[in-house]
Write a protein that binds this ligand. Structure first.
Ligand SMILES: *Cc1c(COP(=O)(O)O)cnc(C)c1O
Length: 418
């Protein structure tokens, strides 16, 4: 086809000319997606890491239905409501230290925008101008809007072509070695007067390729940010809500960031909602008699009651069902199922952290071929770059997880052979 077709939907990250047409989903249940043609696929990635409790959990569905009948939405300027009040209090209680000040938005990217803006405005409110740059890490991904894009890996990231359009941030390697820690320390010392914050994805850089790092590396980032008086923004949009085996990844390093971003699994995969949570120290910079010192942000659908009801129900499930134990059990099975693939020629690495398992090829594979082989095996897995990965619902059954692992193992073995 040379001229664009009449189809009206522009798809995510998709070359519309060459991409295979999307599959039509008609129903979901547990870890399964049913297609219009009658096939049922086992979902290995929980709809971009959101559906931690599996699809259609009745507890969330009931909470959303009850809220829908009562009040689907009301503006948040000048008004408040029980679902948001309750969710804010619960998030504050779950998070460590004084991470008690919760700002709701509707997507992960916007949660990151708000975090960056908070950091920049915090300095402005303190009378320090000129602190407008962010230190971010190579391999990172923080979203698709302007500020978030500017903090993504500048070379490997999907936004590298936008360089001239983006604020010029400062990039560093994660401090995995003493030399890298010294380099980060030096960069922070050199640039601290123009820096507003340091942003990091704790323990795993997700969209950058499921690149994991040990808790000590995260602790080093936190220590160096503190040493140079810079707020640390933890982007837990991927890692939050059990994915790494603890409720939040920061806990494994024993650190308390100054600002923390949440989204993806916040509503258990049912609705768009995000939160940027600040410590009392950050919040205090906005606490003033000056109206201009207020945080200048406010999405139309801020704290949507349906989404807050879904998130409250999702938090109930973490309390009443053994979600974190399930995440740790999945970790063991991913380890057993994927680790042996590391021996195959053509496989560069296998990484497992909590309910995240990734196989990295030595060179980028034929992604379209890989996807169709996985599909032919009845699983919904979306390899990207040089990796194929699993981030299943934490409620996935042993049998379903075995089928996913068998499909990935067989497909990787075929691909590695060439
Ligand atoms: C997905 C993701 C985002 C962006 O969230 P959206 O809801 O897609 O805007 C930001 N940071 C991390 C770490 C993510 O995984």
């Amino acid at each position: 086809m040379t001229a664009p077709g009449p189809h009206p939907l522009w798809r995510p990250y998709t070359q519309m000319k060459s991409a295979a047409p999307p599959l039509e989903a008609v129903a979901t249940q547990g870890a399964r997606i049913t297609l219009a043609d009658g096939r049922t696929l086992i979902d290995g990635i929980a709809s971009w890491w959101t559906a931690v409790h599996g699809y259609n959990h009745p507890h969330i569905a009931e909470a959303v239905a009850a809220q829908l009948a009562r009040m689907p939405h009301v503006m948040f300027g000048g008004l408040t409501h029980a679902p948001a009040e309750r969710l804010g209090a619960r998030l504050a209680a779950l998070l460590p230290g004084t991470l008690n000040h919760v700002f709701f938005t509707d997507s992960g990217s916007v949660a990151v925008e708000v975090a960056l803006k908070m950091a920049v405005q915090m300095w402005l409110n303190r009378g320090e101008t000129g602190r407008t740059r962010i230190l971010a890490f190579r391999g990172g991904y923080h979203g698709d809007t302007l500020g978030a894009m500017s903090a993504c890996d500048p070379e490997e990231g999907m936004h590298r072509r936008f360089g001239a359009y983006l604020p010029a941030q400062l990039f560093s390697d994660l401090p995995r070695t003493p030399a890298q820690a010294a380099a980060l320390d030096a960069a922070l010392a050199r640039h601290r007067h123009e820096l507003a914050a340091v942003i990091v994805e704790p323990l795993v850089q997700g969209a950058g390729g499921m690149l994991t790092h040990p808790p000590e590396v995260l602790a080093t980032v936190a220590r160096l940010a503190r040493r140079h008086g810079l707020p640390l923004i933890a982007d837990e949009i991927f890692t939050g809500f059990g994915r790494t085996g603890t409720m939040f990844a920061c806990a494994q390093a024993g650190i308390v960031p100054d600002i923390l971003c949440l989204s993806k699994a916040l509503t258990g995969g049912t609705m768009a909602l995000a939160a940027t949570v600040a410590t009392t120290e950050v919040f205090s910079a906005f606490w003033s008699d000056d109206p201009a010192a207020a945080l200048m942000h406010g999405p139309t659908f801020m704290a949507n009651p349906l989404a807050c009801a879904a998130a409250n129900a999702s938090l109930d499930l973490f309390e009443i069902e053994p979600r974190l134990a399930q995440a740790r059990a999945i970790a063991g099975r991913l380890e057993a199922g994927l680790r042996p693939l590391a021996r195959l020629p053509g496989v560069a690495a296998v990484r497992v952290l909590g309910a995240i398992g990734a196989v990295q090829f030595a060179s980028p594979p034929d992604l379209a071929g890989l996807k169709s082989r996985l599909l032919a095996r009845g699983v919904w897995v979306r390899p990207f770059g040089a990796i194929v990965y699993l981030t299943p619902a934490l409620t996935i059954s042993e049998d379903e997880l075995d089928r996913l692992l068998d499909a990935v193992a067989a497909t990787v073995a075929e691909t590695a052979k060439g």
